[in-house]
Each structure stands twice: as structure tokens, then as C-alpha cells.
Design a protein around this ligand. Structure first.
Ligand code: FDA
Length: 307
């Protein structure tokens, strides 16, 4: 019950001001977002990669209102990529990007987002890595897939995310699996209406398995984005049946969630990539993490009261 309420709050400017300005215990936010600056995040990258994990890096932020903010987001990614160059991690540290942070929702936003993301994809390719386009709410997806297709003309390894809660996603998975894309499958983290998305966990999980089957049997590179132990076992079984070797798919989880499982899967010889968010505009990302597990909200509220 709490999840949808928190998700609605994640789009509210009033709540954003209230929560962002609250005396939030730094620990609560740090659990999911382990740094605000490139200087703070580089040691985290070094630590995780030294443990045999791979990373996908996210500069937090979304739903911007001015083109200058999109340019600043582009520059933040470019600064990060420049710093990663010295670590020589190649594809062990890739980027995840939300197109709404690159201006997608502004006037002429599709072209603006494409113009802003292209230099990031080019810079990533120059250091031997790549970019994955995150999936946001369903109204943004046609534009996201069009930008993905456009970028893949020059950078075929550019990835994208699909969400099992959406009715459309099985068809998207078939198209992407046939054209050899890198595709991260997740359940979906936004508040979506019943006209476009399953509303019950059991339906979303069943759809996840159907879509995973399509991706594993296809010609692309599946990225299994979930912390759900049942889906992780099913993914391993589907990969085995499809004859995929350990380097022909990967698991992905969020920083701060089931961290022991990250290490366990990596130690078993799986590719395990940790989605690591950093930056100052953490409100939307943080609220989605609270919505996924209401116990996080209780912890958060307690920390505000006891401060
Ligand atoms: P589920 O929610 O059923 O959780 C399974 C178990 O994991 C829970 O029982 C709990 O133990 C643990 N868990 C999950 N979330 C937790 C949390 N916040 N705090 C503590 N424990 C938690 N979504 C989207 O719409 N667009 C996107 O681009 C992405 N990108 C993305 C990248 C990666 C690498 C991951 C792992 C996830 C995303 N997501 C996303 C988020 C995704 O849609 C989904 O909301 C979360 O992954 C939670 O779903 P699970 O599959 O983990 O299952």
C-alpha cells in the first residue's frame, strides 16, 4: 500500500523540498548513493572493482526544467569518464543515463537529449566502455527506444532498459533480442496506470520470466537487473538451457541492496554489475528505493525523528 504513495511523492516538488531539506541522517541516503562528487565516488569504484564486481555509474537527477541543467549533467558524466580513463577499467565500469536528465521532457527535448548524450557515448567508447539508457515512465519510452536505435548506428554496444510491469515489453524484448542489443530487464520502478502496466507482483514476476526467456533465447546480451532470489535462479537455469556461457549474460543489482549477494554471484564466476548512483540531486532515486521496500521508509523516518 505504501509503495504507490511514496512513488507519487517522488514526483512532488513540495515533498522534494521537504525531504531534501530535512535533517536526513546522511547514513540513510549514503546506503544507496555513496557519494556526491567525482572525488568521492572514484574510491568507491576502486573498492568495488577490486572485489571482482563491475559497475554501471549513474549521475543522479531527472525531470530537469532548463537546458543548462542538461548540459551540466552531460558535463558531469564527461568529468567522470575522464577520471575513469586513468583507472583503465574498460567495460568493467559503464554508464547508466536517464534521458530526462539530458532534457528529454523539455521543448524539442528528443533532439536535445540525443545531442547531449552523444558526446557521453563517444567519450565512453573512447575509454573502452559503453552507456545504457535507463527506462523511465511509459510516456518517455518511444523516444528512448528511438534514441537507442540512433546511437546504435555508430555505437552498437549501447544498451537500454525494459520493464516487465509494462504490457508493451514482451514485444519490445522480441525486437531488441532479434537485433542483438544489450538489454537490462527490470521489474519497473515508476507509478504506472492499469491501462499500461500490471499492478500485482505475481503478474510482474511472471512477465519477467516470459521476457527473460525471450532475451536468453535471442541474439542479444541479457542483463538481469533484479535482487529477487527466485528470478536470479530462474535466470541461471534459462541461461544454461540457452547454452549461454558466463560471459554471455550478466546480473545487475543496485548499490546498497543485497550486497552479500553481489559478492556471492561474482565469486561463483558470474558477471555481476553494481548500479552505483552518485550526485547531489538524489531525491527521485532515493524515494524509489524507499517505495520498493517500505521497511526502508520506517528506518528513514526513525532516523529523522532521532536526529
Ligand atoms: P523485488 O522488489 O521483488 O525485491 C526482491 C528483494 O530484493 C526484496 O525482497 C528485498 O529483499 C530486496 N530489495 C529490492 N528492492 C529493495 C530496496 N529498495 N531496499 C532494500 N531491499 C530491496 N527501474 C526502472 O523503472 N528503470 C530502470 O532503468 C531501472 N534500472 C535498474 C537497474 C538495476 C541494476 C536494478 C537492479 C534495478 C533497476 N530498476 C529500474 C529498479 C527495478 O525496476 C526495481 O524497482 C528494483 O530492482 C526492485 O525490484 P527487484 O527485481 O529487486 O524485486
Amino acid at each position: 500500500m505504501l509503495g504507490p504513495v511514496i512513488l507519487a511523492a517522488s514526483r512532488s516538488d513540495r515533498m522534494r523540498r521537504l525531504v531534501s531539506g530535512a535533517p536526513v541522517t546522511k547514513q540513510v541516503v549514503d546506503r544507496f548513493i555513496p557519494g556526491e562528487t567525482v572525488d568521492q565516488i572514484v574510491p568507491v569504484v576502486q573498492d568495488l572493482t577490486a572485489k571482482g564486481l563491475e559497475l554501471t555509474m549513474d549521475v543522479v537527477g531527472e525531470d530537469i526544467t532548463r537546458p543548462e541543467q542538461a548540459a551540466a549533467a552531460r558535463d558531469a558524466y564527461l568529468e567522470l569518464i575522464d577520471r575513469l580513463k586513468d583507472l583503465e577499467l574498460g567495460e568493467r565500469a559503464e554508464m547508466s543515463v536517464k534521458l530526462s536528465l539530458f532534457g528529454q521532457a523539455l521543448d524539442g527535448g528528443h533532439d536535445l537529449a540525443l545531442a547531449n548524450i552523444r558526446p557521453v557515448v563517444e567519450a565512453a567508447a573512447a575509454i573502452g566502455t559503453t552507456v545504457t539508457l535507463d527506462a523511465e515512465d511509459h510516456t518517455t519510452l518511444d523516444s528512448m527506444f528511438a534514441i537507442h536505435e540512433e546511437l546504435r548506428r555508430d555505437f552498437p554496444e549501447t544498451g537500454c532498459v525494459i520493464q516487465s510491469y509494462l504490457f508493451r515489453t514482451e514485444a519490445d524484448a522480441r525486437r531488441l533480442a532479434a537485433n542483438g542489443s544489450r538489454v537490462r530487464l527490470v521489474k519497473g520502478a515508476y507509478k504506472e496506470p492499469a491501462s499500461v502496466a500490471y499492478q500485482h507482483k505475481s503478474q510482474i514476476d511472471r512477465a519477467y520470466v516470459r521476457i527473460l526467456r525471450i532475451l536468453m533465447a535471442g541474439e542479444g546480451y541479457p542483463m538481469v537487473g533484479s535482487h529477487d532470489p527466485r528470478l536470479i535462479s530462474i535466470a541461471q537455469e534459462l541461461a544454461r538451457r540457452a547454452g549461454r556461457k558466463p560471459d554471455e549474460y550478466e546480473f545487475q543489482m543496485l548499490y546498497g541492496i543485497r550486497s552479500d549477494e553481489h559478492l556471492r554471484l561474482a565469486a561463483e564466476g558470474h558477471r555481476m554489475r553494481v548500479y552505483t548512483a552518485f550526485g547531489t540531486d538524489w531525491y527521485g532515486y532515493f524515494m524509489r528505493r524507499l517505495a520498493e521496500k517500505p521497511a526502508n521508509l520506517r528506518f528513514f523516518v526513525r532516523s529523522m525523528i532521532t536526529k
